[in-house]
Design a protein around this ligand. Structure first.
Ligand SMILES: NC(=O)c1ccc[n+]([C@@H]2O[C@H](COP(=O)([O-])OP(=O)(O)OC[C@H]3O[C@@H](n4cnc5c(N)ncnc54)[C@H](OP(=O)(O)O)[C@@H]3O)[C@@H](O)[C@H]2O)c1
Length: 400
């Protein structure tokens, strides 16, 4: 039994906070050696004073000078985007937890792989944009890409049971034919039962009220549009090497079954727990072992029902748009992701209506000519192109 030394990118966010809770809960298995955030200097310093990691990074250089004065010890301090790459390659670290919202985690993730670190990936954006590159580089370097997203972590757990002794390079199912379908569960978000005729009236406050998960604002809006599930379909395709047509979605409002795998013989394995990100984070950290913790167990006597419903594909076009992007591949997923990020920011700023989010993404996707098997530069160019097109489509700033 060994302590894993971990750098957390996105420490001040919702996943970052959960990671700190896990480290506190299982100190004999998890040691945080680095913490990184974008600009929340006070929170980063407060976390550091408790956890006392060897290194810190603040990406926003204009606030970096405040950091030393807020600390009661003297860690190594990195700054800027370059600093994020440097802390991801910290010599002491064995694993990097990428929990940066948006695409800022891609370069540090690739650098960490290059430096031989295992990745625990919460930032689905990096696998959506560059899944082919990330998985290829990880395989070349012989490092693990462990999913933290609860659905992919669930699938990983279901697939893990199929092997007697998992080894780092046996991350994908040994035989693709053994897996018939990956079934991602989705809570359905706050508008699961809202008639499409009312979508135009949806307010920001209502969209931010997720029924089962407590998360950052971007992913909460993505859960309401179902783009989150769409991004996860593409993420699953790359993580597990399963074609898009075998990645399916089912609405499960209780968020207790986190995802399922149907095997060739028709048997289905599912992973269940309370909806708390500490579960998947811990599994990614302690894999391939399981250790006790203080998280609450499921009380089956109190689970009155577990429901499963087919998604309303016509009312929530995000799922079909993501399937189209995943099946086309190349640079189209990066464009979908970029356009969605711009659209969500505009919705959060009350500049566009709720249905305009997917209309805008579709408009930008339709204008894109995908480049097959793109290298990192081509991916980043497509990302930038998607952002520029989407920003133009948002139009002049006005409030809705
Ligand atoms: N929350 C969940 O339950 C959940 C579940 C599954 C997957 N995920 C994924 O995990 C990622 C993080 O989600 P979240 O909900 O934790 O987001 P969040 O609460 O908004 O936190 C985002 C974190 O990323 C940092 N950050 C933002 N931009 C950055 C940049 N350019 N460089 C470095 N750090 C940056 C933020 O720092 P500041 O605080 O300084 O701005 C913060 O620490 C997302 O990709 C999301 O899709 C989240």
């Amino acid at each position: 039994m060994r302590r894993k030394r971990i750098v957390v990118l996105g420490a001040t966010g919702s996943i970052g906070e959960s990671a700190l809770k896990v480290a506190h809960d299982i100190p004999e298995r998890m040691e945080i050696v680095g913490l990184a955030a974008n600009s929340n200097v006070k929170k980063l310093a407060a976390q550091a004073n408790v956890v006392r990691p060897k290194a810190l990074c603040l990406v926003d250089e204009s606030k970096a000078s405040e950091l030393p004065g807020l600390l009661d010890y003297q860690p190594q301090i990195f700054t800027g985007e370059k600093g994020l790459v440097e802390i991801a390659c910290l010599e002491e670290a064995e694993m990097v937890l990428v929990a940066v919202v948006g695409t800022g985690g891609l370069r540090p993730a690739l650098a960490a792989i290059e430096a031989g670190k295992d990745l625990a990936v919460a930032s689905k954006e990096i696998l959506v944009m560059a899944g082919e590159t990330v998985m290829r580089e990880a395989a070349t370097k012989g490092v693990m890409v462990l999913p933290v997203d609860s659905e992919h972590n669930a699938i990983f757990q279901c697939l893990d049971g199929q092997r007697k002794r998992p080894t780092p390079n046996a991350q994908r199912p040994t035989s693709n034919e053994e897996v018939r379908r990956l079934i991602l569960t989705a809570s359905g978000g706050p508008f699961r039962e809202t008639p499409a005729s009312e979508f135009e009236e949806i307010t920001l406050e209502r969209a931010l009220r997720h029924p089962t998960w407590n998360m950052g604002p971007k992913i909460t809006i993505d859960s309401a549009t179902l783009f989150n599930k769409g991004l996860e379909m593409i993420e699953a395709h790359w993580l597990f090497g399963v074609e898009m047509k075998r990645v399916e979605v089912v609405i499960h409002p209780q968020s207790i079954v986190h995802s399922m795998v149907e095997f060739a013989d028709g048997s289905v394995l599912a992973q269940l727990s309370h909806s708390d990100m500490c579960f998947p984070i811990q599994y990614a950290v302690t894999w391939p072992e399981r250790v006790p913790n203080s998280l609450p167990p499921l009380d089956f006597g109190k689970l009155s029902k577990l429901e499963f419903v087919t998604p309303r594909y016509d009312d929530f076009p995000a799922l079909n748009l993501a399937r189209q992007a995943g099946e086309t591949g190349g640079t189209l997923p990066a464009v979908l992701n970029a356009a969605n990020e711009v659209a969500v920011s505009a919705f959060l700023a009350r500049q566009i209506s709720f249905p305009r989010i997917w209309q805008l993404v579709e408009q930008v996707m339709n204008r894109h000519t995908s480049v097959a098997h793109p290298d990192l530069d081509a991916i980043l160019r497509a990302d930038q192109w998607g952002r520029t097109e989407a920003t133009a489509a948002v139009g002049p700033i006005s409030q809705v």
